[in-house]
Design a protein around this ligand. Structure first.
Ligand code: PLP
Length: 231
């Protein structure tokens, strides 16, 4: 974690950004609550999970952590998510936004969300195509229990971090366009993972989602480790 923070700071300084403007979200998916507790004890305040079923027992077991939902979300999970996560990074369609709106209304508190954008054309990881982002944002803007704070992207996985730079730059430009069209501040850009978070910081990330660089390589297929010897 110290090394990841050092690299975030160096990347921010390289482009004249305040390192404090970048939030590190530690992605403990696939690892048991005890490992996430170790990260928290070492100073992590924000943790990310991509599956609701895996996240709920960790949230119940660990106090004082700001949880981020970073994975694709089904509508029927909205009630489990609203109010438990400080930020839902993966709003990519109207029906999900509507379900989160209803769930947030029940909790009586506004839910902060990001619009997840897909720049690859592949739908497996979710995300709205850039051409549909303004319309989706406009819809979310009309839902009074949701607060759209910015955009999220998952860059194509490559061995070369530089290969992710165009995606990050594109997301930043899209944010500028959406700011102008919506009048919203959209302060957050959630982009950058273990393989490319420094490039993301150089391109303006305010949130980086880092898993394996902190916790180590996950078991194959991202399987939750609950049933493993870690338990
Ligand atoms: C797993 C995951 C991450 C973290 O991935 P690493 O490569 O382990 O850092 C970040 N964002 C999302 C959406 C993820 O699912």
């Amino acid at each position: 974690m110290r090394e990841v923070r050092r690299r975030i700071t160096a990347a921010a300084v390289r482009v004249g950004r305040d390192p404090a403007s970048v939030r590190l979200v530690a992605v403990g998916k696939g690892w048991p609550a005890g490992d996430v507790a170790l990260a928290a004890a070492a100073g992590i305040s924000d943790c990310g999970e991509n599956r609701v079923q895996e996240a709920l027992p960790k949230i119940a077991a660990l106090a004082g952590i700001r949880w981020h939902m970073i994975g694709q979300l089904q509508r029927n999970k909205a009630r489990a998510v609203a109010g438990r996560f400080v930020l839902v990074h993966s709003v990519d369609r109207r029906d999900l936004a509507d379900a989160l709106q209803r769930a947030a209304e029940r909790t009586g508190a506004a839910q902060d969300v990001l619009i997840q954008v897909s720049l690859t054309g592949r739908s497996s990881q979710g995300g709205v195509p850039p051409a549909g982002a303004a319309q989706l944002l406009g819809h979310v803007q009309r839902l009074d229990a949701l607060r759209p704070l910015g955009l999220m992207v998952i860059a194509p996985a490559t061995a070369d971090p530089e290969a992710a730079r165009p995606a990050f730059a594109t997301l930043r430009l899209l944010r500028e366009r959406l700011r102008a069209s919506s009048g919203l501040a959209l302060p957050e850009l959630s982009m950058g993972m273990s393989g490319d978070f420094e490039v993301a910081v150089e391109e303006g990330a305010t949130i980086v989602r880092v898993g394996s660089a902190i916790f180590g390589n996950r078991p194959p297929a991202d399987r939750p480790a609950a049933a493993s010897a870690h338990g």
